[in-house]
Each structure stands twice: as structure tokens, then as C-alpha cells.
Write a protein that binds this ligand. Structure first.
Ligand code: PEP
Ligand code: MN
Length: 362
């Protein structure tokens, strides 16, 4: 069942948009000069519609650069005056929100750590009540679509209609090249539940490194997402936060130029090319199927080692019969054909036994 919140399309608050929504700017505003020099270059690229700059920075551990604070709001106002670009920053409590509204920022966003806290989201929503603010909500750090949805509901109850979701990935649950695991399935689920909600992707915080940004951005467009929020700094090597993932404005321009953007609709109707969208969903689910199988095999290997240490045979027929019965039952309850489930587990089991026999023979 979809959720019937009243949500305006992007062009309602950004009438000049004629492409995907691209938001770019530094992770953190550091000095007036850095803010302005980055903005002037970004403003020359007509694909960039909104300037971002973190002013209050939520850091995982204390002692890192925590942002310049309120003075940064003044720099954002100057950027808008100088370049004409709408500007935005992250707000993480009632006081930030009051200050950002007072400064007349065009866009506010709720960061991943804040979305995970309903109290924080509610206090922000209470301050925003009755305004026509544009509010973007990053996914919570944990892949809980209900928590993400809950934030939109709280904002909606406060009368906010200009809302956008930002997919920035999730804390990885095992070692991964990416800084945050993209878990595209959660995004598909959000799209299904709130088909009117524009969703953009933040490849910077998903990838954590410049080299991954292109692939993640292309994937986002292949999945029918409505734009990107991407970090750009005049000189990433000197950045006070997230230096590995920021692009110079020039490199950002090159990346945007290489992206193939298919059938993007800024009014956020679902993809015209349904087949393409459905295939991307299959690709994402297949990747997850394989990852799950690989995690399963890791455990099988551990069991194999344990059996070797304790001198037990690899094949234990009683356990297999019981497993098969349970899996078929579960499969049927999920609308799968029992014969199909049986065959899949026959194969999985055969390969598990092979792997354990190899371990016992070692
Ligand atoms: C940011 O956008 O700079 C940021 C802190 O992101 P996130 O909330 O996704 O970690
Ligand atoms: Mn950042």
C-alpha cells in the first residue's frame, strides 16, 4: 500500500529545473573564500541547480572538524547573492532549524544520523510547522525504510509538502569497499511506498572515495532516481572533512558529462521505460541474492572447520531432511513453487557438502 502524503514535484519549488536535480558543494564550509570560490565555479555549470555546504557537521567521533557554525549561514547568503544559486545546509536540531529559516536558506536537509532519531526529526518538524520550507531527508544510517518513512510523515504532519529523499547508503555490516552500503532494495521499497516522492542519490557518502562516484551515480540514474547530491570542493586535498570523496568543480563537470541519463522526469512520474526499471530492480536483487549465498557459504565453511576439529562427517542426512522440509514450507508461504524451492536447496546443499568435504580432506 502506498502512502498518500501530499508532496510537490521538484519544479514546484525549483521552476528553472530542466534536468535531473544536481546539488553540489563542499562537505563543510571552511572559509568565506573556499565557500565562494567553489560556488563561483559550480555556478558556471548549468547542470548544477543547488549549492550545498555543511555548517554544523555531525562527526562520528569527537575531535574532528565540527563545522564553522552560524557564520557559515552568512556565507551561504553571500553565495546566493553572488551566483543566484539556491543554497542549503544540514540541520540537526531545533536551534539549527530556527537559524537556517531566519537566514532564509532555500533548502534544508536532515542528515543520516538525525533521521535515525524520531525525537530529533520531530523537533525539527515542530520548528518547520507552517512554513513552505524545502526539506530533504537522508536515509537513516540503518536500512530501516519505516524510520525513513516516519520522518516524511512527521514533516508532512507539520504541513511540509516540498520534500525529497536522499539515498546516502547504510552503515556496512561487513567489510566493504564502499563507505556506506547502497542497499538499493531499500530505495526501491521507498519508491513503491511513496511513488510521488522525488529520490536523489548521494554517491559521495556511499562511495567515500572519488574513484567510485561515477559508477554509483550511473547506477542511480539507471534505477530511475531524480538527481544527485555530490560533494565538490575547490581543493579537496585541503578539505577539513571527507577529503577522499570530494571532487573539484571541474572534475564534477567531467563526471556529469559522462553520465547517461535515461528518461529522467523531473515531475517524478515513474519511468516511462518500465522494462528498464524492472530490469534494474532484478539486477539489484540478484546482487543481493549472490551476496546472501556468499555469506551462507562462509558459515558453511566455518561449520566444516568445526566438524573437522571434532571429527564429524560432512553429510548429516537427518539435518538436511529437516532443513528441506522447513525451506519448502517457508517458500510456499512466500508464494514460491515447492518443486522450485526443493531444487534450489538441493543445489545449495550439494555445494555445501562439496565445500565441507574439501575442508575435511585438507
Ligand atoms: C553530509 O552531507 O556532509 C553528511 C554529513 O552526510 P550524512 O548525513 O549522509 O552522513
Ligand atoms: Mn560529507
Amino acid at each position: 500500500m502506498g502512502l498518500e502524503l501530499e508532496i510537490n514535484p521538484i519544479r514546484h519549488w525549483l521552476p528553472q529545473i530542466n534536468n535531473p536535480l544536481i546539488i553540489a558543494g563542499p562537505c563543510s564550509l571552511e572559509t568565506e573564500q573556499q565557500a565562494m570560490d567553489t560556488a563561483k565555479l559550480l555556478a558556471k555549470d548549468h547542470r548544477v541547480f543547488v549549492y550545498r555546504g555543511g555548517v554544523w557537521k555531525p562527526r562520528t567521533r569527537p575531535g574532528s572538524f565540527e563545522g564553522v557554525g552560524s557564520i557559515g549561514l552568512k556565507w551561504l547568503q553571500m553565495v546566493r547573492e553572488e551566483t543566484g544559486m539556491p543554497v542549503g545546509t544540514e540541520v540537526a536540531n531545533a536551534q539549527h532549524t530556527e537559524e537556517a529559516l531566519k537566514a532564509g536558506l532555500d533548502v534544508l536537509w536532515i542528515g543520516a544520523r538525525s533521521t535515525a532519531s524520531p525525537f530529533v526529526v520531530q523537533e525539527i518538524a515542530d520548528v518547520l510547522k507552517g512554513t513552505d520550507a524545502v526539506v530533504m531527508v537522508k536515509n537513516p544510517v540503518n536500512p530501516d525504510v519505516q524510520l525513513w518513512l516516519g520522518a516524511f510523515e512527521r514533516l508532512s504532519q507539520a504541513g511540509i509538502k516540498n520534500m525529497v529523499a536522499i539515498h546516502r547508503g547504510f552503515t556496512p555490516f561487513r567489510e566493504s569497499d564502499y563507505r556506506n552500503y547502497p542497499n538499493w532494495k531499500t530505495v526501491i521499497e521507498l519508491r513503491r511506498l511513496m511513488p510521488n516522492l522525488p529520490i536523489i542519490c548521494d554517491p559521495s557518502h556511499i562511495g567515500g572515495k572519488r574513484e567510485y562516484l561515477f559508477d554509483i551515480s550511473q547506477k542511480a540514474f539507471d534505477m530511475g532516481m531524480d538527481g544527485l547530491m555530490i560533494e565538490s570542493h575547490i581543493d579537496p586535498s585541503c578539505a577539513l572533512s571527507d577529503k577522499e570523496q570530494q571532487l573539484t568543480p571541474e572534475a564534477l563537470g567531467q563526471l556529469l558529462g559522462k553520465l547517461v541519463i535515461r528518461n529522467i522526469k523531473t515531475d517524478n512520474k515513474l519511468f516511462e521505460n518500465q522494462l528498464e526499471l524492472l530490469r534494474s530492480r532484478i539486477d539489484a536483487l540478484d546482487a543481493e541474492l549472490l551476496e546472501t549465498l556468499s555469506s551462507r557459504m562462509e558459515i558453511v565453511k566455518q561449520i566444516g572447520k568445526y566438524k573437522r576439529e571434532n571429527n564429524v562427517t560432512a553429510l548429516q542426512i537427518g539435518r538436511f531432511a529437516e532443513l528441506m522440509e522447513k525451506r519448502v514450507k517457508l517458500g510456499v508461504s512466500l508464494n514460491l513453487d515447492p518443486h522450485f524451492v526443493q531444487q534450489v536447496f538441493q543445489h545449495i546443499h550439494e555445494d555445501s557438502v562439496r565445500m565441507q568435504t574439501d575442508i575435511l580432506d585438507e
